[in-house]
Design a protein around this ligand. Structure first.
Ligand code: KG4
Ligand code: ZN
Length: 339
C-alpha cells in the first residue's frame, strides 16, 4: 500500500510517501519559522498563505522522489485537526482534490494520534501494537496530552493541560527573556551553559498528585514576577541560568507526570512524542526516571518529533483515521480532541 500524506495543521508544510507503515519513500517538511519569527509567534493568515504557496511544489517533489508517479499511489491521508482552521483547510482541500481526481480513498487523521504514531518511525521503530500498553505524553507547542494506550485505537485520556501547552510556555518564556522564536530550541541552547537550580520555579501539577493534568500558565507568570523583582536577572550574563531554570521546571513537571501515569496505570512502558520531546534535558531526565523505575522509555526519533507528514501516513496505514465518504465530507476540526 503506497500512501501520500499531507500535514498543514500549523506552521510546517509537510508531505510524505510511505510504502507500508514504516518505509518512508520520500518526505519533505517546509518550516515557516522564518516567516513567523518577526512576529514572535505563528500568524494564522500567513501560515495558511504559505501552505497554499508551498504545498503544490512539495507534493510534486515527494511523488517524484518516491519514484511511483501519481498513478502509483493507493491512498491519500491528511490531518483534519486539531490546528489552525485556515492552515488545515489548505491541506484538506489538496488531499480531497487528489483523492477525487485520482479515484483514491481518503483518510482523515487526528494530528495528536499522528504524533503517537511517530513512535513507529525511524530505525528500530516497531508497530505500535507491539509496544502497548503504554502511557504516552504528547507534548508540543499546541498540546500537552497524557494518554493510556492499551492498544491502537484503545485510548484513555489521563490528563491534559488546563491552560498553556508545555511548548507554548517555553515560547512565552523565551519572549519574556528576549531570546527568540521558537522558544523551545532557544531556551535549550541558551540554558545549556546555565544552572538549572539557579531559580526554583513552580512545578505545574494541576489537580495534585492523583491527576495527570498540567498547568503551565502559572510558571510563565512566576518568571514574569521574578524578572520584575530581580531586574538584574534579565541581563545577558544571567540569561543562561534563567533559561536553564525555566526549562528545568517544565521538564520536571513532564517527567513527574509521566512517572505518575505509569504508576497509576501500572504500565511498564512510557513514551514521548511531539515538538518538545526533542529536548535533550527532557530526554535525559525521562531516561533517568525510567531507569530508576525499571520502565521502558520510548521517544519519537528526533526528526519526527516536530510536525511532519510521515507520522500522519503511519497512523493512516495502521488503519487509524476516518475513511470513505465520511472523510470526503469532513470539515476542518481546529479543536479536535485526543481520540
Ligand atoms: O509538534 P510541534 O512541531 O508543533 C505543534 O504541534 O505544536 O511543536 C512545536 C513546539 C514549539 O513550542 C517549540 O518551542 C517546541 O516544540 N520545541 C522545543 C524544542 N524544539 C521545538 N521545546 C523544547 N526544546 C526544544 N529543543
Ligand atoms: Zn504537532
Amino acid at each position: 500500500m503506497i500512501l501520500l500524506a499531507i500535514e498543514t495543521s500549523c506552521d510546517e508544510t509537510a508531505a510524505a510517501v510511505l510504502s507500508g507503515r514504516r518505509s518512508v519513500l520520500a518526505e519533505a517538511v517546509y518550516s515557516q519559522i522564518a516567516e513567523h519569527s518577526p512576529y514572535g509567534g505563528v500568524v494564522p493568515d500567513i501560515a495558511a498563505r504559505k501552505h497554499l504557496e508551498r504545498l503544490p511544489g512539495i507534493l510534486e517533489g515527494v511523488v517524484a522522489e518516491a519514484g511511483v508517479g501519481w498513478g502509483g499511489l493507493d491512498a491519500v491521508a491528511v490531518t483534519h485537526g486539531p490546528g489552525l482552521a485556515g492552515a488545515l483547510l489548505v491541506g484538506m482541500a489538496a488531499a480531497r482534490g487528489l483523492a477525487l481526481a485520482l479515484s483514491l480513498p481518503l483518510v482523515a487523521v487526528n494530528h495528536l494520534e499522528a504524533h503517537l504514531y511517530s513512535l513507529e518511525l525511524g530505525e528500530g521503530g516497531r508497530p505500535l501494537e507491539e509496544l502497548c500498553p503504554l502511557a504516552a505524553l504528547i507534548v508540543s507547542g499546541g498540546h500537552t496530552v497524557m494518554a493510556l494506550v492499551r492498544a491502537p485505537g484503545e485510548y484513555e485520556l489521563l490528563g491534559r493541560t488546563l491552560d498553556d501547552a508545555a511548548g507554548e510556555a517555553l515560547d512565552k518564556a523565551a519572549k519574556l527573556l528576549g531570546c527568540g522564536y521558537p522558544g523551545g530550541p532557544a531556551i535549550e541552547r541558551i540554558g545549556a551553559s546555565g544552572n538549572p537550580a539557579a531559580v526554583k520555579f513552580p512545578r505545574g501539577m494541576a489537580g495534585g498528585d492523583g491527576s495527570c493534568d498540567f498547568s503551565f500558565s502559572g510558571l510563565k507568570t512566576a518568571l514574569l514576577y521574578h524578572l520584575k523583582k530581580n531586574p538584574g536577572d534579565a541581563s545577558p550574563e544571567r540569561l543562561p541560568d534563567m533559561a536553564a531554570s525555566f526549562q528545568e521546571a517544565v521538564v520536571d513537571t513532564l517527567v513527574r507526570r509521566l512517572e505518575q501515569a505509569a504508576e497509576r496505570e501500572n504500565v511498564q512502558t512510557v513514551a514521548m512524542a511531539g515538538g518538545v520531546s526533542i529536548n535533550k534535558r527532557l530526554r535525559l531526565k525521562a531516561g533517568e526516571m525510567a531507569a530508576r523505575k525499571g520502565l521502558r522509555l520510548l521517544s519519537a526519533p528526533p526528526r519526527y518529533c516536530g510536525d511532519n507528514a510521515a507520522m500522519v501516513a503511519a497512523a493512516a496505514l495502521a488503519g487509524r483515521g476516518i475513511r470513505g465518504d465520511a472523510a470526503l465530507a469532513l470539515d476542518a476540526a481546529p479543536a479536535l480532541p485526543w481520540p
